[in-house]
Design a protein around this ligand. Sequence first.
Ligand SMILES: C[S@@+](CC[C@H](N)C(=O)[O-])C[C@H]1O[C@@H](n2cnc3c(N)ncnc32)[C@H](O)[C@@H]1O
Length: 227
Amino acid sequence: MLLARDEALSNQSSKELKNVEEDGGRSFWNRDYLKRFHKMASRLERFKKVNLQILIRVPQDENAKVLDMCCGSGRNTQLVFDKMNLENGNGRMWAVDFSPQALMLANQLLGNPERILFKDEDVRQMCFADNVFNYVFDIWGSTHIPNQEWKTAIKEAFRVLKPGGYVYFLYWLQGSNFGKCFRSQINVVYPKSQELLEAIKNSGGNVLDAEKAFSNMCLLVWSKKPD
Ligand SMILES: C[S@@+](CC[C@H](N)C(=O)[O-])C[C@H]1O[C@@H](n2cnc3c(N)ncnc32)[C@H](O)[C@@H]1O
């Protein structure tokens, strides 16, 4: 069932796609895929269940500086913003993606919010200084970077995170059915759990907890940069 939906989502002619080596999959994501993904993810119970699994670990911290990497249509941006209660403090959220179409959609869906800054960034090399964010979220984001370059994005997540800050990762795992159709188009290979956990440790992060999600197809990792 999921596979059929997945196929419907990825009916992109390969002619339209640029060379993945050149653009890291940007041309793939910069199209109406995200609108359809947003609709599907907002409707299906399985996606809602994962959201709850993430949010249960997110504290209220209204003065925090928060980064949402690969924000897509802003689904998680909004949920995290609300849970942290950023509206009622001095906190701020930066939501980044390298698809201008995703950023436009997110800004529109979230109603051009004052305290959320949408920014065109490639998460393999972001413009932010070191040690600036209290929290970083990478929810089904850098897991989609081709050619094992998701490891570079994980390093970036910990670079921009303050000592004592937290990173939340949600990654599709090797062997999962999801994205079978589009993954070959953009040369994405999902990692094994162990590879992901090692990449986090090699980037200077401590894994606080990790649990399977989405019928064991994903790994949710809650990690910390040492003080
Ligand atoms: C499946 S969507 C997930 C979006 C969102 N986090 C969610 O859960 O709804 C993956 C997103 O990652 C973005 N992305 C992929 N590679 C990226 C990169 N190198 N830099 C920035 N964004 C990237 C895509 O543009 C897309 O919006």
